[in-house]
Write a protein that binds this ligand. Structure first.
Ligand code: NDP
Length: 340
């Protein structure tokens, strides 16, 4: 087996070889009743994994030193002591950052079976992106927390990413004016030309508040918050009364111990803003079925686009992960490990 192991807790950006590293071992799992072993086909690399590298638990357990990191993945069952997951089943759920994983019964409670995945023309990585957790995040939180209404303006940060690119397209479908920010001119082009955003800017160029005022002259009704920090501070100035902030994530704060001090939180009071966080796993019960049906059909009918950035091989997972944290990814970051 080849696994990516947690070595040391990073203070800032994790460094391959120092904070996490590749380890080879023999894979000879001894399965207890209810267990399975998987051959991993593709892994999802996500921002929330960075807080999992820290020592303090956030809403999810920390990665353990000396053990493989964990990722959402698509995998084939190769050994099974569990009648729900016979050998040959294709599943989606948490596996290790590795070629093969031994999963105990307790660890596969939420794994889903991808029926028909072998025969389907849908790439397996889609179940880690548009048809998986990031898709569900965009869809459920936009409705539940954003409460969007046609004619309103939504501003999305990290707008070309796994979640952002979908929030923008879903908001357009609902008749909103869609504005996004991203970290490169190439991504700005993508938002405007491919995803038909109404306005977009590169937050690394010029003054963020001035850019926002130009891009959303009538103010912002919904802020889909992926980054925190300076952009949040600027957005608060440009929010409209009774605006909603969908607090999805704050990636600008994940790789530093010096949290950015947002200076104008009083705007939340003055403008009666609803600033609400959420965790996607808590929205599956309410939105899961509707998500599968609607987003599944939009994607199958090519009514929404979805761009993925695919790295190849477990050896390249660490660089791809750090690259994603630094904005090198163009779309949803996945790692392809093996063919079906
Ligand atoms: P992305 O695919 O958007 O990748 C991360 C992107 O963040 C990078 O591409 C980069 O884009 C941007 N970024 C990195 N550093 C900074 C910075 N300092 N300032 C501004 N932008 C930065 O990731 P996801 O779509 O998977 O995740 C987006 C957000 O959603 C994250 O905050 C994540 O934690 C959160 N999330 C929350 C969930 C929940 O349940 N609450 C579920 C899933 C995701 P660029 O080039 O534009 O800078």
């Amino acid at each position: 087996n080849k696994s990516v192991i947690m070595l040391k807790r990073p203070e800032e950006y994790p460094i391959p070889g120092e904070h996490f590293g590749l380890q080879e071992s023999e894979f000879k799992p001894v399965l207890k009743n209810g267990d399975i072993a998987t051959r991993n086909l593709a892994l999802s690399l996500d921002p929330y994994m960075r807080p999992r590298m820290d020592a303090e638990k956030s809403y999810i357990d920390c990665f353990k030193i000396g053990e493989p990191l964990i990722a959402g993945g698509v995998a084939e069952v190769i050994e099974s002591q569990n009648p729900r997951f016979p050998v040959g089943t294709i599943i989606e759920g948490y596996v290790g950052w590795e070629l093969y994983t031994h999963l105990t019964e307790a660890n596969i409670q939420d794994h889903r079976i991808l029926h028909g995945a072998r025969e389907s023309s849908i790439p397996l990585s889609s179940y880690l992106g548009v048809l998986g957790m990031p898709g569900m995040t965009a869809y459920s939180s936009l409705i539940e927390v954003g409460a969007p209404k046609a004619g309103e303006t939504i501003f999305i940060s990290a707008a070309a990413g796994a979640v952002g690119q979908l929030v923008g397209q879903m908001a357009k479908r609902l008749g909103l004016r869609v504005v996004g920010s991203v970290g490169s001119d190439e991504k700005v082009e993508f938002l405007l030309k491919d995803l038909h955003f109404d306005a977009a800017f590169n937050y690394k160029r010029g003054n963020i508040l001035e850019n926002l005022r130009k891009a959303a002259p009538e103010g912002i009704d919904i802020y889909y918050e992926n980054v925190g920090g300076e952009q949040l501070e600027a957005v608060l100035e440009q929010m409209n009364d009774h605006g909603r902030i969908v607090a999805c994530g704050m990636i600008s704060q994940y790789n530093t111990k010096n949290a950015y001090g947002v200076r104008n939180l009083l705007q939340v009071v003055i403008k009666r803003i609803r600033f609400e966080g959420f965790l996607v796993e808590e929205l599956y019960a309410k939105y899961g079925e509707q998500f599968d049906k609607e987003v599944g059909s939009w994607f199958a009918n090519k009514e929404i686009k979805y761009v993925e950035d695919v790295a190849h091989g477990i050896e390249n997972a660490m660089d791809a992960f750090v690259g994603m944290l630094k904005g090198k990814n163009f779309g949803k970051q996945v790692v392809k490990i093996a063919d079906l």
